[in-house]
Design a protein around this ligand. Structure first.
Ligand code: ATP
Ligand code: MG
Length: 149
């Protein structure tokens, strides 16, 4: 499924639809070049979930944690990962719990260690706008895509 996002607010609004659609335990990969809108997408999700605080890019910390009404959301940015093995050292397995929702920017940096996603969100830059593709990988991802339509 593809959609055109003409500006930042469109990304925030569209990401907000995922709030009810993504079940706990879901693994979401966010793909796209630098500045494609991956962090904006996570911000839109968290806003829709009622998170009032700042949503900053975890570029240097690798992971940022948010506790929402009973379930945890982990937002990863693996851009600075030099070796996928680092994910083992940081205890990736503890983040990929059935009660936690994980968003991962730059999942290609963790290839070989990361499991397959349930759903991939691909952002492409087109001039001053963006195109978003939803790629369901698992049966859970398929349900997610159906739920946001
Ligand atoms: N649909 C859109 N149209 C135009 N600009 C957008 C859109 N969505 C987000 N942006 C803008 O793109 C810029 C970069 O966004 P963001 O930081 O989310 O990118 P990113 O993919 O996380 O980049 P990085 O890989 O560096 O972490 C921001 O200024 C944001 O406002
Ligand atoms: Mg980012």
């Amino acid at each position: 499924m593809k959609t055109h996002l003409p500006d930042e607010s469109a990304t925030l609004e569209f990401a907000g639809r995922f709030f009810r659609a993504l079940p706990p335990g879901c693994l979401v990969f966010l793909r796209g070049n630098l500045g494609a809108g991956k962090t904006t997408f996570v911000r839109g999700y968290l806003r829709a979930a009622g998170y009032p605080g700042k949503v900053k890019s975890p570029t240097f910390t690798l992971v940022e944690e948010y506790s929402l009404e009973g379930h945890a959301v982990y937002h990863f940015d693996l851009y600075r990962l030099t070796d996928p093995e680092e994910l083992e050292w940081m205890g990736m397995r503890d983040y990929l719990r059935p009660d936690a929702l994980c968003f991962i920017e730059w999942p290609e940096r963790g290839e070989g260690i990361l499991p397959n996603a349930d759903v991939e969100i691909i952002l492409d830059i087109e001039g001053s706008t963006r195109n978003l593709t939803i790629l369901p990988i698992s049966s859970i991802g398929q349900k997610v895509m159906e739920a946001i339509q």
